[in-house]
Design a protein around this ligand. Structure first.
Ligand code: HMG
Length: 391
């Protein structure tokens, strides 16, 4: 019996900064961002949006289609957690009225933990004696210091995936290749809101990890690269996906003439990330959702996916797209959401960036911005208060 992704839904903030404005403010040639990094916009969460509201908003369209009592596992992957103890998934559990008979936990390993959550959920569901479902949510806000090289790669977003037997979108292959190493390429100490990164080193570690995970995947699966039809990568910025696939093609085929093939194999999964920026744990699945929404010929095809989390952990895995997948996508909603966003002026971006969540535990009520169906309403006695929004 197959196991994998039964439904997949993506959500991002209703606000963005055009990278032309950022380039102007930083005195940088916009082409560096547009063609050098492959980025055009970065999604900016307003003060009343966070990983919990984004995660719940991504999951709601899925839960609207099923009996919520069937969800017996909720895995929430993030590196932008809002509490050192309480799992972000428990706030989502409340907002979405999930059953008390549900296991809920938060997972962390930089951008990789969404994949860990998916694989753990698939393993759990395939062993379950009952016909249960798992909800995997990957949700993040990418923040770097103002004026740093990482700044134009900021972004935010969430992807929710329902994991079931006989999935209607992607049946996961049992084989995967992985690679772990203790490196300091990107990290965020608990006392900082912004990540620290050794930028050029991080891209090198990412590329080496992709090749190593690919080689392990080949050892485990015996497959050749030609058995995979399209590839999705973790996308800190979209050019990274092309560079990574070029390296994987070189390792697989021993050829250096890979640029055109690399672009063909990965770029259908770029459009959403180009307009949101990095969404860390959600990024790989945002690219996968984008590929599904933009290619109508994936039925029965095998897709390769590479997940990378700094620190570092990489995994190459694959799955086969269901023949009926197009009937179960949220493509129109994804596209409408991206088209209906508010562009920020540069100063508005900086004002939102500098607005910190108060830490004195006093009662705060946040101004209402545009969000999805849920918002972070404020704080009372050190407790975060979330609320549903009238739509
Ligand atoms: P940088 O130093 O500002 O940029 O940092 P650059 O000088 O390397 O230029 C970037 C590209 O633009 C280059 O292309 C330039 O040639 C080109 P390349 O040589 O690489 O093909 N360029 C131009 N193109 C056209 N017109 C121009 C122009 N000027 C330059 N005028 C860097 C780039 C990625 C290092 C920086 O943005 C950064 O630090 N980003 C954050 C870290 C990051 O994203 N790392 C990626 C790998 S690690 C990862 O993916 C994990 C992560 O998601 C976190 C997690 O796991 O949790 C980050």
């Amino acid at each position: 019996m197959s196991v994998g992704i039964d439904l997949i839904s993506f959500y991002t903030s209703r606000y963005y900064l055009g990278l032309e404005s950022l380039a102007q403010a930083r005195g940088v040639d916009y082409e560096k961002y547009r063609s050098g990094l492959g980025q055009e916009k970065m999604a900016i969460p307003p003060p009343d949006e966070d990983v919990i509201t984004m995660g719940a908003s991504a999951a709601k369209p899925i839960l609207d289609q099923i009996d919520v009592n069937d969800v017996e596992l909720l895995l929430f992957a993030t590196e932008s957690g809002v509490d050192q103890s309480k799992a972000a998934g428990l706030f989502v559990h409340g907002l979405l009225n999930l059953s008390n008979r549900c296991r809920v936990v938060e997972l962390k390993e930089a951008c990789y933990s969404g994949t860990a959550a998916l694989q753990l959920a698939a393993a759990q569901i395939s062993q379950s004696l009952h016909s249960t479902k798992a909800l995997v949510i990957a949700s993040d806000v990418a923040r770097y210091d103002l004026g740093s090289p990482g700044e134009p790669t900021q972004g935010c977003g969430a992807v929710a995936m329902l994991v079931t037997l006989n999935p209607r979108i992607l049946a996961l292959d049992p084989e995967a290749g992985f690679h772990a190493a203790d490196v300091m390429d990107f990290w965020r100490p608990s006392y900082r809101d912004e990540a620290l990164v050794d930028g050029k080193f991080s891209t090198k570690v990412y590329l080496d990890t992709a090749v190593s995970a690919w080689e392990h995947y080949v050892e485990r699966s015996g497959r050749t690269i030609s058995e995979l039809y399209r590839f999705c990568y973790h996308l800190p910025f979209t050019r990274m996906g092309i560079k990574a696939h070029e390296r994987v093609l070189q390792a697989a085929e021993g050829s250096n003439d890979t640029a055109k093939h690399a672009s063909e194999a990965v770029s259908e999964g770029f459009a959403y990330t180009r307009d949101t920026g990095n969404s860390y744990t959600a990024s790989l699945f945002e690219s996968f959702a984008c590929l599904l929404d933009n290619n109508s010929e994936l039925a029965g095809k095998r897709i390769g996916l590479f997940s990378y989390g700094s620190g570092c952990m990489g995994e190459f895995f694959s799955g086969v797209v269901d023949p009926e997948y197009q009937k179960h996508l949220f493509s129109a909603d994804h596209k409408a959401m991206l088209e209906d966003r508010t562009q920020l002026a540069y100063q508005e971006y900086e004002d939102i960036f500098n607005l910190k969540v108060p830490e004195d535990g006093w009662k705060y009520v946040f101004a209402q911005y545009r969000t999805g169906p849920f918002r972070f309403g404020g704080i009372e006695e050190h407790k975060r208060v979330y609320e549903a929004v009238e739509t």
